[in-house]
Design a protein around this ligand. Structure first.
Ligand SMILES: Nc1ncnc2c1ncn2[C@@H]1O[C@@H]2COP(=O)(O)O[C@H]2[C@H]1O
Length: 139
């Protein structure tokens, strides 16, 4: 089934100027980038986006990292896009990520793990709506 999922290329990757390399892995995996924008997240935006992690010990560091430098927010479209992108990203901890995945190729650490992807179709809809309107997405 064709789905849309939400992706963030994180500051550790924009800082190293490797957004194109990450997009190449995404496209080679059969996902289509149907919306994309570079944005410097405010603290409020990052806190809202990661509210589900507010009680976790790494929350403050996470918000700090996500607001340190610009990110690239994206909508990806394709067959089973939510699950497919999670496969393409690899495990949250790059030490556990499979060969060929974005995190195996590029991530620096569990915190600086280069990309975010929605964990469910429902959350994909919520996350996409935080950054894009329907008019921004050209499928
Ligand atoms: N111990 C941790 N466990 C899980 N996520 C962590 C941890 N420390 C930092 N994080 C970050 O928290 C983020 C939450 O969702 P992400 O998919 O963006 O990727 C996660 C990691 O970058």
């Amino acid at each position: 089934m064709t789905e849309r999922t939400f992706s963030i290329i994180k500051p550790d990757a924009t800082r190293r100027n490797i957004t194109g390399k990450i997009n190449a892995v995404i496209e080679e995996a059969g996902l289509r980038i149907v919306a994309q924008r570079r944005v410097h997240l405010t603290e409020e935006q990052a806190k809202t986006f990661y509210a589900v992690h507010a009680e976790r010990p790494f929350y403050g560091e996470l918000v700090g990292q996500m607001t340190a430098e610009p990110v690239v927010v994206q909508v990806l479209q394709g067959d089973n896009a939510v699950a497919r992108y999670r496969e393409v990203m690899g495990a949250t901890n790059p030490e556990q990520a499979a060969d060929g995945t974005i995190r195996k190729l590029f991530a620096l650490s569990i915190g600086e793990n280069s990309v975010h992807g929605s964990d469910s179709l429902e959350n994909a809809g919520i996350e996409i709506a935080q950054f894009f309107t329907d008019a921004d997405i050209v499928g």
